[in-house]
Design a protein around this ligand. Sequence first.
Ligand code: FAD
Length: 400
Amino acid sequence: MTSASRRVGLSTDDLPFLFGDRHRELAPIVRLAVADVEALEEGGHGDAVDRAIIASLGKNGLLRELSPEGRAVDLRAVCLVREGLAWASGNADSLFAVQGLGTFPLHAYGSDVQRARDLGAAVRGEEVAAFGLTEPEAGTDVASLQTVAVRDPADVSRWRLTGQKVFISNAPIADRIVLFANADPARGRKGITAFLVRRGAEGLRLEGPTPLVAEHSIGTLHLDGCVVPDADRLGEVGAGFGIAMGTLDTFRVSVGAAACGMARRALDEAVTRATTRKQFGKEIGEFQQIQAYLADCVAELDAARLLVYRAARLRDDGAASITQEAAIAKMFATEAAQRIIDRCLQIHGGMGVVRGVAVERLYREVRALRIYEGTTEIQKVVIATRLLAAERARRPVEPA
Ligand SMILES: Cc1cc2nc3c(=O)[nH]c(=O)nc-3n(C[C@H](O)[C@H](O)[C@H](O)COP(=O)(O)OP(=O)(O)OC[C@H]3O[C@@H](n4cnc5c(N)ncnc54)[C@H](O)[C@@H]3O)c2cc1C
């Protein structure tokens, strides 16, 4: 463990105007959780370690932030947790975030009966959740998903789901997956419906884990007439697209927070390196080119954090929509983090590409953040489309 890894770059102090007391109280709890995660990952990775991480996040009370009983999700709190976890481990951050994607639909759209039955175990970390939307032919264009749900003719109290879901995080260890299928394909996205699919369900088969560029629990789900009781349908038939988008809209900003956590860790490591490594008889931090790298990193990281916590704060204050602010935060923070980590790796010289060195791991871990929960390109589409629509709406209508 390096000196930087004991600092835990998580702070509410530098942006006091964006945080409240409960955020300041959360910071030390996140530090404890980070220490637990580091201890669990010391022996390596795998399904058992991933489950233990979820259990420990539950024990530390952090999973409660994803589905808080009787109140809305505090998005700044979720972002702070992700920033802290991502500082230490991209894998732990992903486990936490996906537990959120897989429980938030229940929290926000489930019935009282479903919430009472299924939320407790997930919040305590006893059950692992996942979110199954992407398909081989439906990635960015999720509305075109082809998995179908039909009422079982032999028993209309249950559904049969047929199709395939790819890139499903937590799939190898999930106890239940919020999964989206079309119950009325003729109606397009208006037929998409959300279901809770349980581990071991008849007709459900897991393929994986799929090895990625960095540690990340992920796999493919095959549904071959998979049986789902109607009691496990989430929301109305046809309400699924809104549930999927509402969930992603809530969590998208937090991807930016995770990027900030990774970038902060890289910067901590680079500052340590710049003040300890000597060449030409001097610390490398005395060379102006290294200083310029560090200055660019700090400025970009500050800008990214401001965008992330602006969006989160607006949402916590009850803004009707933060689609634009969330897209800007996700796009900027993930792209900036990639640049920051690249510079910090450069500051390490050859040591930066040695397997197991923190910046090398971060270089691999940060890459997927520019892709999942909406690629950078689609965030740009969202941002520019809204900008242009606002301009068109402002103009007086020309007489025909
Ligand atoms: C690590 C990881 C974890 C994931 N976890 C989950 C999960 O838990 N659950 C889940 O459901 N999914 C998950 N995904 C899937 C993820 O959401 C998709 O990979 C993502 O939405 C992109 O879809 P795609 O991979 O099919 O790329 P494509 O949609 O095929 O896109 C390919 C390229 O074309 C670009 N493109 C597409 N459409 C446009 C457009 N209109 N304008 C401009 N450019 C465009 C994209 O930006 C991209 O550069 C995960 C993916 C990764 C990498």
